[in-house]
Every structure is written in C-alpha cells, then in structure tokens.
Design a protein around this ligand. Structure first.
Ligand code: DP6
Length: 353
C-alpha cells in the first residue's frame, strides 16, 4: 500500500528580522521576529510525500534532483523524527480507543519530492517555504490532529524562518524562554484579509548565490558583534510592539519606518560582525536612496518601504495605490531588477501581496 499527500506552502519576508540563535540544533533564536506571508499565486513550494512499507529507504528529491546523504541531513531528520513521534502517539491512541487496521505509517520509509514554482535564478530564499511545506505535508499524510502553531515548532527545526510560513498574513515568531523550545513558535497576528491594500514587490538585483549563508553568517554575528547584543535586548522588543500596533491600525507610515530601520540595523550588525559580512551591493544601496527620495518627495506620509534579507535583492512593501508609480520608478532607474527574470516578471508583473 502507498499513501500519498501533496500540499503547498508560501514564502514569507520578515519586516523585523531573525538573526542569531541561542540554540543551533533546536533552532532557538536570540530575538523574536515578524513577517508578511506572500501570496501563493506566484511564489510557493510544493511537496508530495509517499509512504509505503515497501520503500527500502527514505529518499528526497529537490526540484527534480535526488539528494544524497538524507540520513545525515540533521534538519530534515529533526522534522521527520518529530512528526513520526506524533504519528506514533496518534496510532497508539487510535488503537486504545478500539480502532483496528491502523497503518503504521510512523514506521515506514518516505519518498519526498519538493519543488518551488519560482526560478532559483530569482535568488529568493526557499528554505522557509520548503521546510514549512515538508512539515505541513507530513502532518496531512499522517492525519495529525494538531494546530499550525504546534507544527510551526517542528518547521522551526528545519529552518528558523520556516515556522512563520505555517500561516498566511502577518506572523510573529515569538522567541520563547524555554530551553527545550516548547514556547518558540509562530502565531498569526492578523490574516491577509486584514490589510488587503498592502503589496510586496520583489526586485532581483542579483541571482548569484549569496556568499555567506544565513545559518553560517548569523552565528558569526552572535560570536563577534557587540551591536547584536544591543539589538536583541533593547531594539527588537520595542519594534515587535510597534510593528504589531502598526499592523493592527494599518498605519503604513509606522509600518514602513520600522521595516526600513530594521532592515538597516540587520545589515549594520552584519557589518559589525568580524570579519564583516556584506549582503547589499551598490544597486541595493541605490534602491534605498531612491525609496528614501520617493518617500520624502510628497507630504508627510510614506509610500514605500524597502527590506533586504541575506542578499542584495530588495523587497518593497507599498499600498496598492502607489504600486504602479513604484514599478515605473524602478523600471526607469533599475530596469534590470525587474527584467533579470524577464519571462517570470512579464507573466506576473512582479507583484505579490
Ligand atoms: C535574513 O531561517 O534561513 O532571512 O534558521 O539557519 O535556516 P536558519 O536561517 P534562516 O534565516 C533567515 C534570516 C533572514 C531574516 C528572516 O527571515 O527573519
């Protein structure tokens, strides 16, 4: 017998960034973070998992290519272990309540096939949607009776930012205090319908693979940056309160200011790392200048907010009414950021909300 399930999961882009772990194997962060989940029409991971007593080994294919060394992939194994344990408990509870012929899926090998519908060339992080999708598919396949927040604690062990992709809309990853990670989980602050005017525009500055991975970079920062200590103790707690308030009241100016300041400070702690880590390039910085000018050109209200992850690509948040103007601006000054993935952006206009 083969049992099979397919699900999809979205990408999320943080506006208050996660950068630093206090526990690298459980993936427990040094600060809370908050993100916006992008619409799945354009960007998503899709995972199909089959389970059968006839499979000789657990195997994994990423975008059509089989991964070797699945047994030594600790993050994958952590997610499999946690979901199989829950399945085992579920099988036991069914048996106790008199059910017979429950397939022992928790004991069988898996064939996992995961792909992204966005080009790897877009240089966008895929680990968040990928691990969220893996865990969600396992939960469905195993018919686990647990909540998205419970699942977020498992997805977190695949990749920290993945825990936030368990929800749509506006999502906080509350860092938690417990050493076992039992309170380090994602919660939805507001659904996507709460602020439908908010959109995200992705500008591909470079499609080259980044020099320093997030996983590696953030631990260098934890070890060497004094500025990070200030950020996690003084700055982020206040920003988490502020951004939640801005989202609640749909206050774009406040949302934009916190988003841009937090991106700036995240890149500042990268530069404060020793030796320094540079993720942005000249084009990234020119986009910051353009958005700054644009925001200062009108009245008191802001019209756009930039944010950059561990690479040079920009994500611009703006409200619907200003998106066309922003695309025209970018198309004028940085046409290549919109047409590096010409085919892709022609199809989709590069718009995600
Ligand atoms: C800059 O979640 O990719 O995008 O937990 O080691 O897998 P690991 O790191 P990852 O780091 C993401 C860092 C970031 C900020 C964010 O998404 O909050």
């Amino acid at each position: 017998n083969i049992y099979e399930k397919t699900t999809t999961a979205p990408v999320n882009i943080a506006v208050v960034k996660y950068w630093g772990k206090r526990d690298t194997s459980l993936i427990l962060p040094t600060n809370s973070s908050l993100s916006v989940t992008l619409s799945q029409d354009q960007l998503q991971s899709k995972t199909t998992i089959r389970v059968s007593k006839d499979f000789k080994a657990t195997r994994l294919w990423l975008n059509g290519i089989e991964e070797t060394n699945v047994e030594n992939n600790q993050r994958l194994q952590a997610c499999l272990r946690a979901t199989r344990l829950l399945r085992k408990e579920y099988e036991n509870s069914l048996a106790i309540s008199g059910h017979v012929n429950i397939p022992p899926l928790s004991e069988w090998n898996l064939h996992i096939c995961s792909e992204n519908n966005f080009p790897t060339a877009a240089g966008l992080a895929s680990s968040a949607s990928g691990f969220a999708c893996l865990v969600y598919t396992l939960a469905k396949l195993f018919e686990l009776p647990i909540s998205a927040t419970d699942l977020s604690r498992i997805a977190r062990q695949g990749s920290g930012s993945a825990c936030r992709s368990m929800f749509g809309g506006f999502v906080a990853w509350e860092m938690g205090d417990n050493t076992d990670g039992s309170d380090s989980q994602a919660v939805q602050i507001a659904p996507e319908t709460h602020w439908p005017e908010l959109e995200a525009l992705i500008c591909v500055v470079s499609d080259l693979k980044k020099g320093t991975s997030s996983t590696e970079g953030m631990q260098h920062t934890v070890k060497t940056s004094e500025l990070l200590q200030h950020r996690i103790s003084k700055v982020v707690p206040e920003r988490m309160r502020g951004i939640k308030e801005a989202i609640k009241t749909r206050d774009f100016k406040k949302f934009a200011e916190i988003t841009m300041r937090d991106s700036n400070q995240f890149h500042a702690v990268c530069v404060d790392t020793f030796p320094p880590i540079f993720y942005m390039n000249d084009v990234s910085r020119a986009i910051i200048r353009l958005i700054t000018e644009y925001n200062n050109s009108g009245d008191e209200t802001y019209k756009a907010a930039y944010t950059f992850d561990a690479g040079p690509n920009a994500v611009i948040y703006a409200q619907k009414e200003n998106i066309k103007e922003i695309i025209n601006l970018l198309a004028h000054y940085f046409p290549s950021t919109l047409d590096l993935n010409k085919e892709y952006f022609n199809d989709h206009a590069g718009l995600f909300s």
